[in-house]
Design a protein around this ligand. Structure first.
Ligand code: AMP
Length: 138
């Protein structure tokens, strides 16, 4: 399988589509998932082009993981979540729907079941507020 540069995350990275941005540096873009599995569901998207983990440059992985940890800590602090699930899907049978590598940071709240993957769209004002709160904890 080859990388399709017209995928939706490539368009967001290029600035051609909007997002609720939390953070951006030379390595990655961090944004809110607009179909969140829980309140505060955040995506870390490395800028280096790869479909997923399987074809990624190990150097790109090494560069992004410290940011994944920072964002996980910031999401937990901003949402008061009780735990954080880190998820990453490789190819459609495994649940991948957007074919540019990304890491899901999904807050878990005691006694609250996680929503389904790719469920309903969240309110834009709520996503914007979450993006600001998480950015403030980074
Ligand atoms: P995956 O199934 O691992 O490929 O995850 C793709 C994720 O991207 C899903 O959780 C979607 O809710 C999310 N998503 C799809 N389109 C957008 C978008 N335009 N902005 C933010 N998140 C998106």
């Amino acid at each position: 399988m080859t990388y399709d540069p017209a995928n939706i995350f490539a368009k967001i990275l290029a600035g051609d589509l909007p997002c609720h941005k939390v953070h951006e540096d030379e390595t990655a873009l961090v944004m809110m998932d607009i179909f969140p599995q829980s309140k505060g569901h955040t995506l870390v998207i490395p800028k280096a082009a790869s479909r997923n983990l399987l074809d990624a440059d190990p150097k790109a992985l090494a560069a992004v993981m410290p940011l994944v940890q920072r964002v996980a800590r910031a999401v937990k602090a901003a949402t008061n979540a009780d735990g954080i699930r880190l998820a990453q899907f490789n190819e459609a049978p495994a649940g991948q729907t957007v074919f540019h590598l990304h890491f899901h940071i999904i807050p878990a709240y005691e006694g609250v079941a996680l929503g389904t993957h790719g469920g309903g769209k969240a309110d834009d004002a709520e996503l914007a507020a979450l993006a600001r709160d998480i950015a403030a904890k980074l």
